[in-house]
Design a protein around this ligand. Structure first.
Ligand code: ZN
Length: 267
C-alpha cells in the first residue's frame, strides 16, 4: 500500500515561495468540489450584482486572476450582502466570495487587491488539497482515496460524494477546512506579490492587517483572523517580502490612485 501512496501522490511547488508540497487530490477534482461548494455558500444569500461595489470587486478580481494564469479556471466573483461578516474566500476552481462586512477593512481598491491576492493565493498554492491530503492521512483514508481515484478517474456525478463520505468530509468542510499558520503566511506573501504585479502599492497589505486588528477589537475576532497567525506576525512576514514586492510594483504601477477611501470604517 505504501507503493500505491508513493506512486500517486504528486509533489509540486507553491507559487512565489516555491515550498515543496505533497498533494494527493487531482486539480480537476478540487475544481469540481469548489464549484459545488460555491453553490452551497451562495444559497440563501443576497448577492449584489448591480451595485458599484460589485463592479469594483469584479474589476479587481479580473486584474488579480489574470496574474494567477489559470485558463482552466472559470472565475466568478460574488459580493455577498452581510455587513456583520468580515471575511472573503476563494474556492478551488476560482470561485470567489467577499462579504460586504469586509469592505470597511479593505478601505480602498488596493486593500481589496491584497485580500483578493491572498484568497487567490490559497487556491493557487492548492492549500485546500493539501489540507484534505493531511486530513485524509490522519483519518487513514488516503489508501481508500487512491484506490477509488484509480477506478474512477473521470469522476462521474455522485462519485465525489461517495469519495468524501469515505473520508468523513462534507463538501464545504472539504474545501473550506481552516488553513494552517504556514498556509496563511504563504497566502499573504502570494497576495502581496500578486497585488504589486497588478499595480497596487504593496504597503497597503500591512495597513489591511492594521485595520483588521482594529475591527477585531469591536466585534470579537473576525473569521478572517481566527486561524492565526497574529496580525503582528503577519505584518512582520509582509515587511520581509516588501522589497521584492516593491520591485514588482515599480514595473507595473499605474497612475490611477487606488488608495482613495471607498468604504468607511463602521461606527
Ligand atoms: Zn487566508
Amino acid at each position: 500500500m505504501t507503493a500505491v501512496f508513493m506512486l500517486s501522490t504528486a509533489c509540486s511547488r507553491a507559487p512565489v515561495t516555491h515550498r515543496i508540497q505533497v498533494n494527493a487530490i487531482p486539480d480537476p477534482l478540487m475544481s469540481s468540489l469548489g464549484t459545488s461548494a460555491y453553490g452551497d455558500m451562495l444559497r440563501g444569500s443576497t448577492i449584489q450584482r448591480e451595485h458599484p461595489d460589485a463592479k469594483t470587486l469584479k474589476r479587481v478580481g479580473k486584474k488579480i486572476s489574470r496574474i494567477a494564469r489559470r485558463p482552466d479556471y472559470r472565475w466568478r466573483y460574488a459580493l455577498i450582502e452581510d455587513d456583520d461578516t468580515i471575511n472573503a474566500w476563494c474556492l478551488p476552481g476560482g470561485k470567489i466570495g467577499f462579504y460586504t462586512g469586509i469592505l470597511p477593512v479593505l478601505n480602498n481598491e488596493a486593500g481589496m487587491g491584497f485580500v483578493m491576492g491572498h484568497e487567490v493565493g490559497h487556491a493557487m498554492a492548492n492549500h485546500s488539497a493539501e489540507r484534505i491530503t493531511q486530513q485524509a492521512t490522519v483519518l487513514g483514508g488516503l489508501t481508500a482515496l487512491h484506490l477509488y481515484l484509480d477506478r474512477n478517474s473521470d469522476m462521474p456525478k455522485g462519485a465525489r460524494d461517495m469519495l468524501l463520505a469515505a473520508l468523513g468530509l462534507g463538501f464545504e468542510i472539504g474545501v473550506l477546512l481552516p488553513f494552517s499558520r504556514a498556509h496563511e503566511k504563504e497566502a499573504d506573501i502570494i497576495g502581496m506579490m500578486f497585488m504589486a504585479r497588478a499595480g497596487y502599492p504593496p504597503e497597503e497589505s500591512i495597513q489591511v492587517w492594521t485595520r483588521m486588528n482594529q475591527a477585531s477589537g469591536n466585534n470579537g475576532v473576525p473569521a478572517f483572523l481566527s486561524t492565526h497567525p497574529s496580525h503582528k506576525e503577519r505584518k512582520k512576514n509582509l515587511r520581509e517580502w516588501l522589497p521584492a514586492a516593491r520591485k514588482r510594483f515599480e514595473r507595473n504601477r499605474t497612475e490611477r490612485d487606488t488608495l482613495t477611501p471607498l468604504w468607511k470604517p463602521k461606527g
